[in-house]
Design a protein around this ligand. Structure first.
Ligand code: GDP
Length: 203
């Protein structure tokens, strides 16, 4: 089994010149503000405050890089990854020019970051598909970037409704992916399947 044994903040970036120069692959986390992105990163690495929670609307948006160390049970070697916390989107209060700069920053990251291996796209399990999420999926699919859909806050719906809800979310979002996960930072649902996916598809 794969375990995350260490994690540390590397840096915040806005453009490619600032991206870290280490040789490790990136796994990026994207989604609307408040979807539970920081909580998910913190839950996966088992630290309460690695990724900061709830960025204030209107504050400068940054791409935050974390270095993650992982071990497999039966192997001495340590593996490394970058977790990349992309700026959240979808604040109603944000003006047109800030939306445009967000879009440019993310598009540039997707286009230029050759080490990008996969994106976890987070959507709230209780919410209907949103045009901004659909736009994000269109961007990922047209750029042929592998991604998983993660339905967050799964503790908010009954367990037996999760499979049908995931299916319906995928349909509403018009997504091609068959990588669907339910996740809860509250009860840790999804942690194991996501680590297993990273072990089999990324490392
Ligand atoms: P971000 O803006 O996407 O980074 O979202 P945060 O991680 O800051 O979470 C936004 C809000 O949702 C906070 O109040 C969290 O406590 C709450 N939250 C995050 N994850 C979960 C979850 O799995 N279950 C529940 N019930 N609440 C969550």
């Amino acid at each position: 089994m794969l375990r995350i044994v260490d994690s540390s903040f590397i840096k915040s970036c806005t453009k490619p010149e600032h991206y870290p120069t280490n040789p490790f692959v990136d796994i990026a986390f994207a989604g609307k503000s408040n979807v539970g992105k920081s909580s998910m990163v913190n839950t996966l690495v088992k630290r309460k405050l690695l990724a900061k929670k709830s960025n204030t609307p209107g504050k400068t948006k940054l791409i935050n890089y974390f270095q993650i160390s992982l071990k497999k049970d039966d192997i001495e070697e340590t593996f490394y990854l970058n977790f990349v916390d992309l700026p959240g989107y979808g604040f109603a209060k944000v003006g047109k020019s800030e939306k445009e700069s967000w879009r440019r920053m993310i598009e540039q990251y997707f286009r230029e970051r050759t080490q990008l291996r996969a994106v976890f796209l987070l959507v709230d399990i209780r919410h209907k598909a949103d045009s901004k999420d659909i736009l994000m999926i269109e961007m990922l699919e047209s750029m042929e970037i592998p991604y998983c859909l993660v339905a967050t806050k799964s503790d908010k719906i009954p367990k037996n409704k999760i499979p049908a809800t995931l299916k319906s979310l995928k349909k509403q979002l018009n997504s091609n992916t068959d990588k669907l996960f339910a996740f809860s930072s509250l009860n840790k649902t999804g942690t194991l399947p996501i680590l297993e996916w990273i072990e089999s598809e990324v490392l």
